[in-house]
Design a protein around this ligand. Structure first.
Ligand code: ZN
Length: 320
């Protein structure tokens, strides 16, 4: 097969895709998957070529019952060779549990807007940042890497616009704690291409030592347009969820994370390497759909790759 010509010479040759389905995708779902089912899904994704997972969250099992098996899940998959597993931790107790379980990195998360942080973790942004300092001290010398995640980086469902400086200030705090990767989360799907440009340029100017990761939701249908904007700026790290799992409690009925297979399809067609096989991602998405007992929002899983051909005898009349 001929490799498609890249759209633009400035696009990255290679992109790292972190699969967040097992954590972000499942945390708001009404169906709680058994640990064995999560393991089967992770293994299917590994078989497709996925090498980085945001696997779970060491939060209170009462707050997020879907992720109550965090330690068991890490134990069940951590020996798969060559895979990076990260987990979210909200406090030093969570960091302790993640350390015991044996994750490769912990993700510290805070919202860029006060009201979302209050709703999400019942703390001011300042209090969250102070807590990160305690977690960082706790993990010193453990060999576990710290990563940062900034929710509502492109807008807040309670406050509207989020100033770019709020995102930059938190990214600076993460950089000072030694985090190399900081993810900008589009928690409720408010990102637009101009906002992507503004935020990436600001971070490059003010916190050049971090490598930004983009985490879009397809809530308003422009998740992949935002990815394309990120690519045109040279951003080479993205997060997505198999099948487009996940939702937002503040946008009922809306799509969740951008779907991993839709992202891989776009990157394949741009000639950007990911190491992930689209056909195998579609198979993993079908497994996810069966496990969740519902159709998932991803589109490539329904239509197939663009050159997937159909039996002409079976094709219904297509007009318009
Ligand atoms: Zn998400």
């Amino acid at each position: 097969m001929a490799t498609p010509a890249p759209l633009d010479a400035s696009l990255p040759d290679r992109v790292h895709v972190t699969e967040v389905g097992p954590r972000d995708g499942l945390q708001n779902e009404p169906v709680v998957l058994a640990t064995a089912d999560k393991v089967a899904l992770v293994r299917a994704l590994v078989a497709a070529g996925v090498r980085e997972f945001e696997l779970t969250s060491f939060v209170s099992p009462r707050a997020v019952p879907a992720l109550a098996d965090a330690a068991e899940l890490v134990a069940a998959v951590r020996d798969i060779p060559g895979i990076h597993f990260s987990a979210l931790v909200p406090n030093p107790r969570g960091a302790e549990r993640a350390l015991e379980a044996g994750v490769d990195s912990v993700v510290l998360f805070v919202s860029a807007s006060e009201s979302h942080n209050a709703k999400n973790v019942n703390a001011t942004v300042e209090a969250s940042l102070a807590g990160f300092d305690r977690i960082a001290r706790h993990l010193e010398g453990s060999g576990i890497a710290l990563r940062g995640a900034i929710a509502t980086s492109f807008g807040c469902p309670f406050e509207g616009e989020v100033p770019v400086e709020s995102v930059g200030r938190i990214a600076r705090h993460f950089a000072d704690l030694g985090a190399r990767y900081v993810s900008l989360g589009d928690t409720t799907g408010m990102a637009t291409p101009p906002l992507v440009t503004e935020r990436i340029r600001h971070l490059r100017e003010t916190v050049p030592e971090i490598t930004p990761t983009l985490h879009f939701h397809n809530t308003r249908g422009i998740g992949l347009a935002n990815v394309l904007q990120g690519l045109s700026l040279g951003v080479d790290r993205y997060e997505s969820a198999i099948g487009g799992l996940g939702g937002c409690p503040f946008a009922p009925g809306a799509s969740g994370n951008i779907a991993s297979e839709d992202l891989i399809y776009l990157l394949d067609e741009l000639g950007i390497a990911t190491g992930i096989a689209l056909e195998d991602m579609i198979a993993a998405s079908r497994l996810a759909s069966r496990l969740m007992g519902r159709e998932l929002p991803a589109q490539v899983s329904k239509a197939g790759p663009r050159l997937a051909t159909h039996d002409a005898a079976c094709t219904l009349a297509a007009r318009g």
